[in-house]
Design a protein. Structure first.
Length: 207
């Protein structure tokens, strides 16, 4: 998993309440477990017209938001069914941080497991960032994870709260497997003691 330390980039406004995972990544495209190449289906039902052409009114089809790195969302972002393809597609598009007043729990957890930073802030604060994001090329924000701040386009810094355990995983690029591998010595020690105490469980003959 790619490490997340500091991110600077254009923020795109997406004020859609209850944006569910089927809107983020439609179920019809759940035909692969490969994490690349998914951006073309991100938000497909609202990014594209029925004939497959881009909807020019949709924010991510407009310059400079085609290169957005941050997404400013609305309440209950990522609700609906569980699917890791939703954060995968956001990452493949280039989005590495989503800021919203609230998130659905499963989507929120899946983001951390895949290197995407979800930040929940009071609605009043998100409303300010949403207005910032509407400034187009001037909608550049900086996410500083070590210091837990968001720097607005005008230079104001907003303090954010991040769970220390999740922060450690992002800073070091550790998903669940990586975090487990850090305990390799302890796991090996436990297994050695277990084999000695209960050899029959491991198909061994007690001497």
């Amino acid at each position: 998993m790619e490490k997340f330390t500091e991110l600077s980039g254009v923020a795109a406004p997406l004020p859609i309440v209850n944006l569910d995972t089927d809107k983020i990544f439609p179920s019809i495209y759940l035909k692969t477990i490969v994490r690349t190449g998914l951006a073309k289906w991100l938000l497909a039902e609202i990014r594209f017209r029925p004939d497959g052409s881009e909807d020019p009114d949709f924010v991510l089809n407009q310059a400079p938001y085609r290169n957005a790195r941050i997404l400013i969302g609305a309440d209950n972002f990522g609700c609906g069914s569980s699917r890791e393809h939703a954060p995968w597609a956001l990452l493949d598009f280039g989005i590495r941080c989503v800021i919203a007043p609230s998130f659905a729990d499963i989507f929120y957890n899946n983001c951390f497991k895949n290197g995407l930073l979800p930040i929940a802030l009071p609605k009043e604060t998100v409303d300010l960032l949403m207005e910032d994001a509407k400034k187009g090329a001037n909608a550049v924000m900086t996410i500083d994870l070590p210091n837990q701040t968001i720097t607005r386009p005008d230079g104001e810094k907003i303090r954010v709260e991040i769970d220390p355990f999740r922060k450690h995983g992002l800073l070091n690029g550790l998903d669940d497997i990586g975090l487990t591998e850090q305990k390799g010595a302890e796991i090996a020690g436990y297994e050695e003691r277990a084999r000695a105490a209960r050899p029959w469980q491991f198909g061994l003959t007690q001497r």
